[in-house]
Design a protein around this ligand. Structure first.
Ligand SMILES: Nc1ncnc2c1ncn2[C@@H]1O[C@H](COP(=O)(O)OP(=O)(O)OP(=O)(O)O)[C@@H](O)[C@H]1O
Ligand SMILES: O=P(O)(O)OC[C@H]1O[C@H](OP(=O)(O)OP(=O)(O)O)[C@H](O)[C@@H]1O
Ligand SMILES: O=C(O)c1cccnc1
Length: 482
């Protein structure tokens, strides 16, 4: 696990920029960066923010020690000794705001805001994006799977197929935030308090003379948590009948077998037939677990086919992001120091969606008091007070400003919460179960049409007129300069 000194977990260009600022004497100038993504993954209607715990751990442990300094000296002869000494004295003193983990988040809204000396805030871009992009991607995938699984139990089985150990462990945490019930990864269980669950592998059955002996031995060893994998030889002709015999023997000891696991073949058909066989044997309490390259589409289809599956084990397609292995979150400069204050900056692009939104901003979730539902997310400049005072606000689509409406009766929830102030951790980072419960409550703010898996309704992310006007002014100003 990457648990050692993570300070050099950054791109060389960040250190090069830090160095150039230092050489030019601008390293103490303040700068403000926004973290956001432009496109939702998987065609989903929302993403689930995750990664903040890891980001906070990383920021708290930043320090350039002897090994890091020696490495930089050896790597780049341009770096002057007094710069390396400056790094040795490095302390994080910046302000970090972020939405809480588990929050539903949307494209083009600031989900983190980092404000401080350019020397510090430039360094952390790479790691912040690395943690946020991966964990948010996996939490979002897990939320899709949870949406189709409903109240069925969801087990995270991905470790063996994850992109290495960190992805397995932090991915298990992200999946739990978004509704998975347990993980097979014991390290994730130990570190984060996630419930762990496990069945057994084909090797257990193959390693015995007969399938019956394998099942009986397993049940004898772990009589209170017996889930038997029934597809090693022939699911219906051998696996299920043998599992039934083991369950009956357990009953004689006053114990109840938990479940059987299906891991190949037609999972709809096999689960229906297995259910019938278990029921006919007087074992209606024995549940059915299924696994085998499952994802939200397969689970949705299997449920549509009337599969009698109680528990879904999901590995590869969850922990790797499946069809979309990366979230494209970015870290963009939105303001830089000018005198005692800030000057907003913009990045222009031929693609209107890539033009940044300048200035120090706040993000509010506007809840319609009449419906109790989220109406839109609303981005303002930090100094704007109307929304905080509950005054009438105009909601309009920044790409189609003529589409607008006014809101009077609303609650505005500020989403960007202080995490670090002057380099000190000021937030009480919630326990994982609190994050999971908060995520569940978040979902209730949205319409089923916005949450559905396929072609969801687009949830609006709007700019205040002042924020929009600033963007337009800068856009015109900088376009003319070209
Ligand atoms: N009823 C079904 N409808 C749609 N897809 C299904 C159904 N049952 C299983 N699948 C999925 O079809 C894919 C292929 O499963 P199948 O068991 O045929 O192949 P396999 O994984 O190569 O088998 P094995 O594990 O024996 O090598 C898996 O992703 C599985 O989850
Ligand atoms: O299919 P996933 O969603 O990734 O879930 C994890 C898989 O890992 C195990 O398989 P194993 O490693 O034995 O390989 P298998 O696919 O040959 O069963 C288990 O039996 C699941 O099938
Ligand atoms: O416990 C299981 O059944 C399990 C764990 C990891 C991967 N596949 C299955």
């Amino acid at each position: 696990m990457c648990d050692g000194n993570m300070t050099l977990h950054t791109d060389k260009y960040q250190i090069n920029m830090m160095y150039s600022h230092w050489v030019n004497g601008s390293h103490n100038d303040k700068a403000v960066f926004d973290v956001y993504f432009r496109k939702l993954p998987f065609g989903n209607g929302f993403a689930v923010f995750a990664g903040l715990q890891r980001i906070a751990d990383y920021i708290r442990s930043l320090s350039f020690g002897d090994a890091e300094i020696a490495y930089l000296r050896e790597q780049e002869e341009n770096y002057r000794e007094d710069f390396l000494e400056e790094l040795r004295r490095f302390q994080f003193t910046a302000n970090v705001h972020a939405v809480p983990e588990g929050t539903l988040v949307f494209p083009n809204e600031p989900i983190m805001r980092i404000e401080g000396r350019i020397f510090e805030v430039q360094l952390i871009e790479t790691a912040v994006l690395n943690y946020m992009n991966y964990q948010t991607l996996i939490a979002t995938k897990a939320a899709r799977i949870k949406r189709v699984a409903g109240d069925d139990m969801l087990l995270e089985f991905g470790s063996r197929r994850a992109q290495e150990a960190d992805a397995a462990v932090w991915g298990a945490r992200a999946a739990y935030i978004a509704g998975f019930d347990a993980t097979s990864n014991m390290l994730a269980g130990m570190r984060f308090g996630i419930p762990t669950k496990g069945t057994h592998a084909h090797a257990w059955v193959q390693g015995h003379a007969t399938e019956q002996e394998a099942f009986d031995h397993y049940a004898a060893a772990l009589p209170d948590q017996v889930t038997l994998l029934v597809d090693t030889y022939d699911t219906l002709a051998s696996g299920v009948p043998h599992a039934i015999r083991t369950a009956k023997k357990l009953e004689q000891q006053g114990k109840r077998m938990n479940a059987i696991r299906l891991d190949s073949g037609d999972l709809a058909l096999l689960s229906k037939k297995a259910r019938e066989m278990l029921d006919q044997a007087g074992l209606p309490y024995v549940k059915i677990v299924a696994s085998n390259d499952l994802d939200e589409t397969l689970i949705f289809n299997l449920k549509g086919q009337g599969a009698r599956i109680d528990t879904w084990g999901v590995g590869t397609q969850l922990i790797t992001g499946g069809s979309e292995p990366a979230l494209g979150g970015v870290y963009k400069l939105v303001a830089r120091q000018a005198g005692d204050g800030y000057e907003p900056v913009i990045k222009i692009s031929g693609n209107p969606e890539k033009i940044t939104t300048p200035g120090l901003k706040e993000l509010y979730r506007i809840i319609n008091r009449q419906t109790g539902k989220a109406e839109a997310d609303y981005i303002t400049l930090r100094e704007e007070t109307d929304v905080r005072e509950g005054k009438r606000i105009k909601l309009f689509d920044p790409l189609h400003p003529y589409l607008h409406k006014y809101m009077d009766d609303y609650e505005a929830i500020p989403l960007l919460q202080p995490v670090f102030a002057g380099g000190e951790l000021v937030a009480r980072l919630p326990q994982l179960d609190e994050i999971r419960a908060y995520h569940r409550r978040q979902l209730e703010l949205f319409l089923p049409e916005q949450l559905r898996k396929l072609n969801p309704e687009v949830y609006p992310v709007d700019l205040s007129e002042t924020a929009w006007q600033l963007k337009m002014n800068l856009l015109h100003q900088y376009s003319k300069r070209q």
